[in-house]
Design a protein around this ligand. Structure first.
Ligand code: HEM
Length: 662
C-alpha cells in the first residue's frame, strides 16, 4: 500500500514544498563563526578589490582558520554555513578567470566537506544552496511569493542573479499543491478511486498550465548578457573543466591531501574532485512532475532503440542519465523522496488501464458516466504531459537566449552537434519511474505568474536554427587556442593510425574521457613536450606560445591553424604511442629544453584528447583518438556554445512528448 507515503518523512512541507517552512538562517549564533560571516558579508567588495584570495590564503598573509562545524546549533545553521562556504569557495576559485584556483584552502574545504556530508549533498554550489536555503521575506508577515522575497546572498550583487534564483524558487513553490496532493493520490490509486485520481489530475493541470508563463518571468529582470558573462561563471563546478583551467578538478586541501607527500603529484591529482556546478536541473520539482506522470528519461545521446533497450535490460546501458545524476546534488531527503515516489507512483499505468480502448468501448455501452469520467481522466492526463512539454519548450527557448545566443555573439560559440566533448549529460543511472493521483488542495495563489509577453515577442531572441554557426569558419589572427591534454585507453583494435595527420572523426559523446594521468608520467610528459616542440616548429618562428603545466595558448595565424594543431597532436601522439612503427624506435627519447622524457610502451594510456579554445571552429580528430575541442566558459552549461545543452534538453522534451497516452 502507498498510503504510508508522508511528505514530512522527506523534509517536504505541505506548505512550502521543497523550500524550508522556516525562513533560512541568516546568521550563525556563535561568534566563533565570525571569520566566515565577515567574508560572506563583504563577498562582492572583496571581489572588486581583488583581495578575497589574500584574505584566506596563509601564504598571502591572510588566514581563514579551519573551524569546527560542531558549534552550529541546528539544521538551519548548518544549511546556512554550507551555503556561505559555497559562495566563498566558488568566488575563491573563479573570481579571476585568468588565474583559476586549482585547490581550495583548508579553511573553506574542511568544514564545507563536513557540512555537505551532514546534509547529504556535494561540497559544491547547488540549487539547494543558492535557491532553497537562500531567501528571506521582506515583510515577515507577508506572503512567500515573488512580491515579498529576496535572496540572502549572490555572487554578483546583481538583481539579475537574485531574480534567477527567485524564479527557480517560484517554480518550486508554484507546484506545491501537486506535492501536497501526492499522498492522497497514491492512496486513491491503491483503492482504485477513479474520481479522486481525476480530481488530482484536474488540480495538477491547473497548476501546470501557469508554469511556462512563470518561467518566462525570468526575462523581466535577468538580463541574458549578464547571465552569460557573469552569473553562470560563478555557478560553474569542477567537472569537465579542462578548458577553463581545471583539467583534474579541484583539490580540497585539508581533506584530500591529508597524508599525501606534497611531491607525490600523481596521488594529489588523483585526489582532485570533479563536481558539477549549480543548475536548476537540481531542482526536485520538475523531476517530481516527470515521476508523477510516468515520463521516462533515458541516457543522453543514444539512438532511440538503444535507449529503450537501456530502459529494460542492461544496467550498463542505463548509465548516462544526467537528470538522475543531478539527484546527487539534491538534499538527501529530497533525493529519497524522488526515489520512493518513483517506486510507489503508478498514475500513468492507472490512467492507461482505466482508459484502455476496449474497456472504454464497453463502458460507453454499459455505463456512460463512468466512460466519460475515464475519458476525462485520459484527456486531463495528456493535458498535464502537454503542459510539462510546454514548460520544457519555454525553457529551451530560454537557454537559447541566455546561453546559445550570447555565446554566439561573444564568439565563443562553436558548433556542430557532433561535438566530441563528452557532455555532462551522461552520468548516472536511469530512474525507474512509474506512477500514480489524489484529492487536491486548493491552488496556492502565492508565486502565481503575472501575465508576461509571449516569449516570441521578446526582441532579439534567436531561433534555435539561427543560433547555429557554420562549423567551418576559419580562425583569424589573434584567435587564441588553449590546449589541454587528456588521455585514456582504447582497445588496440580501434587505434588504427590515420594515413593523413588530421582525419576528422568525432569520438562519440558517450565516450568517457577521464582526466589525464599525472603530468609527470612518462607518456603525458612526452606528449606535452612533443606538442610544445611540434607547435614551435609547425606554427612557425613568429608564434610564441606560452606554456603552462598542461596547456598552452597559440596565436592563430591562418586558416589552416586548426588543421595544423590536429596534425601536431596526431604526430606527437603517434610519436609517443607507436614505438613499433617503422620510423620509430621501440622506446623513443625526446629532448626539449634540457628535459628528457621517455615514452613508455607498456603504458596503458594510448589516446589523447586535446581540448582547444578556438572561437569559431570545432573539429574533432581521432588519431587514433585526438580531439580538438572548443573552450567554453562553463562546460556543464555551455559545451559547444550551449548546443550540447540544447541537444540534451530537446531529448528530454521529446521524451516528455512520448509520455502522451493514445
Ligand atoms: C536563465 C535561465 C536558465 C538557464 C540559462 C538554464 C539553463 C539550463 C541548462 C543549460 C540546462 C542543461 C543542464 C545543465 O547544464 O545543468 C538546464 C536544465 C534544466 N533546467 Fe534550466 N535554466 C534556466 C532556468 C531554469 C529555471 C528557472 C528552472 C526551474 C526550475 C530550470 C529548470 C531546469 C531543469 C528541470 C533542467 C533539467 C532538464 C529538464 O528537466 O528539462 N531552469 N537549464
Amino acid at each position: 500500500m502507498s498510503s504510508a507515503f508522508r511528505l514530512e518523512d522527506y523534509d517536504v512541507s505541505p506548505i512550502t514544498g521543497f523550500l524550508p517552512e522556516q525562513e533560512p538562517a541568516r546568521r550563525l549564533a556563535d561568534s566563533y563563526y565570525t571569520p566566515w560571516l565577515v567574508l560572506n558579508e563583504d563577498l562582492q567588495a572583496l571581489q572588486l578589490t581583488g583581495t578575497l584570495r589574500a584574505r584566506v590564503e596563509e601564504e598571502k598573509g591572510g588566514h581563514l582558520p579551519v573551524l569546527s562545524i560542531d558549534r552550529l546549533i541546528d539544521e538551519r545553521e548548518r544549511r546556512w554555513a554550507y551555503t556561505i562556504l559555497g559562495f566563498l569557495a566558488h568566488t575563491y576559485v573563479w573570481c579571476d578567470r585568468q588565474h583559476v584556483k586549482t585547490s581550495l584552502p583548508a579553511g573553506i574545504a574542511v568544514p564545507w566537506v563536513q557540512l555537505a556530508h551532514a546534509l547529504e549533498l556535494q561540497p559544491v554550489v547547488s540549487c539547494a544552496s543558492v535557491v532553497l536555503w537562500n531567501w528571506r521575506k521582506l515583510d515577515p508577515q507577508g506572503p512567500l511569493d515573488l512580491t515579498n522575497v529576496t535572496s540572502l546572498q549572490t555572487f554578483t550583487g546583481s538583481t539579475d542573479e537574485t531574480w534567477f534564483y527567485l524564479i527557480t524558487a517560484a517554480v518550486e513553490a508554484h507546484a506545491i499543491p501537486i506535492l501536497r496532493a501526492i499522498p492522497a493520490m497514491l492512496t486513491a490509486i491503491d483503492t482504485q478511486d477513479t474520481r479522486a485520481v481525476l480530481a488530482f489530475l484536474h488540480e495538477m493541470r491547473g497548476v501546470l498550465a501557469d508554469l511556462p508563463a512563470l518561467l518566462n518571468r525570468m526575462y523581466e529582470h535577468c538580463d541574458p548578457h549578464m547571465f552569460y558573462t557573469k552569473i553562470h561563471a560563478f555557478l560553474t563546478g569542477w567537472s569537465n573543466q579542462a578548458a577553463t583551467g581545471l583539467p583534474h578538478g579541484l583539490l580540497y586541501k585539508g581533506v584530500d591531501d591529508v597524508g599525501v607527500d606534497p611531491n607525490d603529484h600523481a596521488t594529489l591529482i588523483a585526489r582532485h574532485r570533479t563536481h558539477a556546478g549549480g543548475s536548476a536541473a537540481q531542482s526536485s520539482i520538475v523531476q517530481v512532475l516527470d515521476i508523477v506522470l510516468g515520463i521516462q528519461h533515458y541516457p543522453t545521446g543514444q539512438p532511440r532503440d538503444q535507449r529503450s533497450i537501456a530502459s529494460q535490460n542492461d544496467p550498463d546501458l542505463r548509465r548516462g542519465n544526467y537528470l538522475v545524476a543531478m539527484r546527487a546534488y539534491m538534499p538527501g531527503p529530497h533525493r529519497r523522496f524522488l526515489e520512493d515516489l518513483g517506486r510507489q507512483c503508478h498514475l500513468r499505468a492507472f490512467v492507461q488501464d482505466q482508459g484502455a480502448p476496449e474497456i472504454l468501448a464497453t463502458l460507453r455501452r454499459t455505463d456512460t458516466d463512468e466512460a466519460c469520467l475515464r475519458e476525462d481522466m485520459l484527456t486531463t492526463y495528456n493535458d498535464c504531459v502537454g503542459h510539462v512539454r510546454r514548460f520544457r519548450d519555454a525553457h529551451i527557448q530560454m537557454v537559447t537566449r541566455y546561453v546559445v545566443s550570447p555565446a554566439r555573439k561573444s564568439g565563443t560559440a562553436t558548433v556542430t552537434n557532433s561535438t566530441a566533448l563528452p557532455t555532462p549529460y551522461s552520468h548516472g543511472e536511469r530512474p525507474r519511474q512509474n506512477m500514480t493521483a489524489a484529492p487536491v488542495a486548493s491552488h496556492d495563489p502565492a508565486w502565481t505568474p503575472k501575465a508576461t509577453p509571449p516569449v516570441d515577442s521578446i526582441p532579439s531572441t534567436p531561433t534555435e536554427k539561427s543560433a547555429q554557426v557554420s562549423p567551418h569558419l576559419p580562425p583569424t589572427a589573434g584567435d587564441e587556442f588553449f590546449l589541454s591534454v587528456r588521455t585514456r585507453t582504447i582497445p588496440t583494435s580501434q587505434t588504427s593510425i590515420p594515413s593523413s595527420s588530421a582525419s576528422t572523426v568525432a569520438p562519440s559523446e558517450s565516450e568517457d574521457w577521464p582526466v589525464s594521468p599525472p603530468l609527470d608520467s612518462p607518456v603525458s610528459r612526452f606528449s606535452l613536450s612533443g606538442l610544445r616542440r611540434a607547435a614551435a616548429t609547425w606554427i612557425s618562428a613568429k608564434a610564441s606560445p606560452t606554456f603552462e603545466t598542461d596547456s598552452f595558448t597559440l596565436p592563430a595565424r591562418n586558416a589552416s591553424t586548426t588543421t595544423t594543431i590536429n596534425a601536431i597532436a596526431a604526430s606527437t601522439f603517434m610519436g609517443a604511442m607507436t614505438p613499433q612503427s617503422e620510423n620509430r624506435p621501440s622506446s623513443r627519447r625526446a629532448s626539449e629544453g634540457g628535459e628528457t622524457a621517455v615514452s613508455d610502451p607498456s603504458s596503458p594510456v594510448n589516446s589523447l584528447l586535446v581540448v582547444a579554445d578556438q572561437p569559431q571552429q570545432q573539429q574533432a580528430v581521432k588519431s587514433p583518438a585526438v580531439a580538438v575541442m572548443p573552450r567554453t566558459g562553463r562546460q556543464e552549461l555551455l559545451g559547444s556554445g550551449g548546443t550540447s545543452a540544447i541537444k540534451f534538453l530537446k531529448q528530454v522534451r521529446d521524451e516528455t512528448t512520448e509520455g502522451l497516452l493514445h
